[in-house]
Design a protein around this ligand. Structure first.
Ligand code: GLC
Ligand code: MG
Length: 249
């Protein structure tokens, strides 16, 4: 056994099956102590909502945190985001201009204030009207030549973030910093904002058995040996995948 970089989404991926989570935590904790494996959470949640979940589910303290859909990276338990990463995201990012455009769409309902972040604007958007609204919005934003990317997840959440930002690019920033090969890195997820984790490179990927249709569709469209669709749900699916790839016995 050797060290690996473990990167996981939280809601409905790491979290969702309390019993399996206890076992996975135990295995990961021991692996970290014995081999220097690193644990990273990559979530859409803001710092506030992340802390709530961490306390509620008694999550292990990670080695780094990727919050707000990859727009904030926190290293070594610090409570300010890594400035080098913010510098990558800033050029051409214009939050106020984005808001002045999205204002015109009644279907876009702003998420709570805590989820509006320096490099992330988030809305609720009903699934039924999403395809039409998203293509119209995409066209309109293009006119302004803005640095932006739309990420739609779980049939309800719309995040607008800088082009150079998503969970996948944030994960690779950490992977390079810690010098883990793609083969020694594994990413886990269940929904739309996790696609970037799987799509960015050749890292090993575990799609949990309860994955949402948008991720399952993507998984079918882009088959690859380094990605695994688990049968089990949430932490159970992660354990299954880690054994499949030989990261755990
Ligand atoms: C989390 C965040 C929310 C975001 C969603 C999808 O639920 O709180 O702001 O839209 O993840 O990324
Ligand atoms: Mg999720």
């Amino acid at each position: 056994m050797t060290s690996f970089l473990f990167v996981t989404d939280l809601d409905n991926t790491l979290v969702g099956d309390d019993k399996a989570l206890v076992e996975l935590n135990d295995r990961l904790q021991k692996h970290r102590q014995e081999y220097g494996t690193k644990i990273v959470y990559a979530t859409g949640r803001s710092p506030l909502l992340y802390r709530e979940l961490q306390v509620e589910k008694n999550l292990l303290e990670p080695d780094a945190l990727v919050l707000s859909v990859g727009t904030e990276i926190y290293l070594d338990g610090k409570d300010t985001p890594d400035a080098r990463w913010s510098e990558v995201l800033s050029p051409g990012w214009d939050r106020d201009l984005i808001l002045s455009i999205t204002e015109k769409y009644p279907e876009l309902v702003l998420q709570p204030e805590s989820e509006q972040r320096p490099f992330k604007v988030s809305f609720f958007l009903e699934q039924a009207v999403a395809p039409g609204v998203l293509s119209q919005l995409e066209l309109e934003l293009q006119k302004y030549n803005l640095n932006k990317k739309l990420i739609y997840s779980s049939g309800i959440d719309l995040d607008i973030v800088p082009l150079s930002s998503d969970k996948g690019q944030a994960m690779q920033f950490l992977r390079h910093q810690w010098k883990f090969a793609a083969e020694q890195t594994v990413v886990c997820g269940d929904s739309g904002n996790d696609i970037a984790l799987f799509a960015v490179g050749n890292e090993r990927g575990i799609v949990v058995g309860n994955a949402r249709p948008e991720l399952l569709q993507w998984y079918k469209d882009y088959p690859a040996d380094h990605r695994y669709l688990a049968r089990d749900f949430c932490a159970g699916g992660i354990l299954e995948g880690l054994k499949y790839f030989g990261f755990l016995e």
